[in-house]
Design a protein around this ligand. Structure first.
Ligand code: 13P
Length: 255
């Protein structure tokens, strides 16, 4: 069985002090929902404070990006060696990093390999633009992103990854993909591509999240779908009450 995973991507929100206060309030409220994996991905600078505040809880910490080199002349970047021991997850290839920081399928692939080499679990983000969606290019594009991200990875490594399908047009817009649309791409494209690469048995075990305007109102519909194993959440993960609701609804739907 695939354990559902709800991850909050806080993007460039919350100072270290705000992030620490937030998780101190959040952690006890999430504690009952042990059948769901619960992850927060704060900005880099807040990671130490968040991690120490979550010590002794089951809530995991993730980073929002990583470089592929251990060290070097890469101003502004953070390496997997630096994240090791601080986080268990790292989001790689988020559309905002592809748009603003130059991520490509090649750099995503290098980052995935680097994360795995340091024992970090990559949450590999993929998803098409509105223009691609309207041109009917979604399936080919997402499949190509998955093939790019997993190039050269063994089945054993693939099993240590999570995918997040986040259509760009649904991110922060309130215009979410319907649950059946999302399930169609997640099952029919992402999981099918993974099955082409690694066989059904491996593909069946890899967790795939949906992301893009996930809210307490629509969470139940997503998690009820056959191929959707959780959510990567921006806006609704920034408030304690809505984060708790997302996890509670997931826990109760998969029971
Ligand atoms: P929203 O939940 O704010 O639409 O953001 C989704 C996202 O980009 C998570 O990585």
């Amino acid at each position: 069985m695939r354990i559902p995973i709800i991850a909050g991507n806080w993007k460039m929100y919350k100072t270290p002090a705000e992030a620490e206060a937030f998780v101190r309030e959040l952690a006890p409220k999430l504690a009952p929902y042990t059948n769901v994996e619960r992850v927060v991905c704060p900005p880099y600078l807040a990671i130490p404070a968040v991690r120490s505040a979550l010590q002794g809880t089951a809530i995991k910490v993730g980073a929002q990006d990583v470089h592929w080199e251990n060290e070097g002349a890469y101003t502004g970047r953070v390496s997997p060696l630096m994240l090791k021991g601080w986080v268990e997850y790292v989001i790689i290839g988020h559309s905002e990093c592809r748009r603003d920081l130059g991520d490509t399928d090649e750099t995503v692939n290098k980052k995935v390999k680097a994360a795995l080499a340091h024992g970090l679990t990559p949450i590999i983000a993929c998803g098409e633009s509105l223009q691609q969606n309207e041109a009917g290019e979604t399936r080919a594009f997402v499949s190509q992103q998955i093939r790019g991200a997993y190039a050269g990875l063994s089945a054993e490594q693939a099993l240590k990854t999570v995918v997040a399908y986040e259509p760009i047009w649904a991110i922060g817009t309130g215009r979410n993909a319907t649950a059946t649309q999302a399930n169609d791409i997640i099952g029919g494209v992402v999981r099918r591509t993974l099955a082409d690469l690694y066989g059904n048995e491996v593909a069946r075990q890899i967790r795939i999240q949906y992301g893009g305007s996930v809210k307490p109102d629509n969470m139940a519909e997503y998690i009820a779908q056959s191929d959707i194993d959780g959510a990567l959440v921006g806006g609704a993960s920034l408030k304690v009450d809505s984060f708790v609701e997302l996890v509670r609804i997931t826990a109760e739907t998969v029971k």
